[in-house]
Design a protein around this ligand. Structure first.
Ligand SMILES: [Zn+2]
Length: 126
């Protein structure tokens, strides 16, 4: 699996096989992660506050989403400001948890190295 699809499928950055987040999705705990990867035993939250930096990714992501949505609807579709903000709020509600999760996934993939060999070793020494 390549890095991009691993990010979007929210897999463990080290082995790209185990899931980062617990399934099924739970609305009361939208960011409930596995403490360690089920496949390679990689620690998915190495220290408290590790994912603080992911907030900046979701901030940037959200910023571009706003500019893009409002820009396209007003300039190309000739919507009013009210209409385009209504759409924007709708998009936020739909994508909010997904954006928070994908930001953590991007952050972990930037920080942790892909290493399938370590992944295989730790399975045998577990
Ligand atoms: Zn893993």
């Amino acid at each position: 699996m390549n890095k991009i699809s691993s990010i979007f499928k929210m897999k463990c950055p080290q082995c790209r096989e185990g899931d980062m987040f617990k399934k099924p999705f739970n609305f009361s705990k939208p960011l409930d992660m596995h403490e360690r990867c089920e496949v390679c035993n990689n620690k998915l939250e190495p220290e408290p506050g590790y994912y603080f930096g992911a907030m900046f990714i979701s901030y940037i992501w959200t910023g571009w989403l706003c500019i893009f949505t409002v820009g396209v609807t007003i300039i190309f579709l000739k919507w009013s400001i009210g209409q385009s903000f209504a759409l924007l709020i709708g998009l936020f509600l739909v994508s909010f948890f997904w954006v928070m999760r994908i930001s953590r996934s991007i952050y972990a993939h930037l920080d942790m190295k892909y290493n399938p060999d370590i992944a295989n070793q730790s399975i045998h020494t577990k």
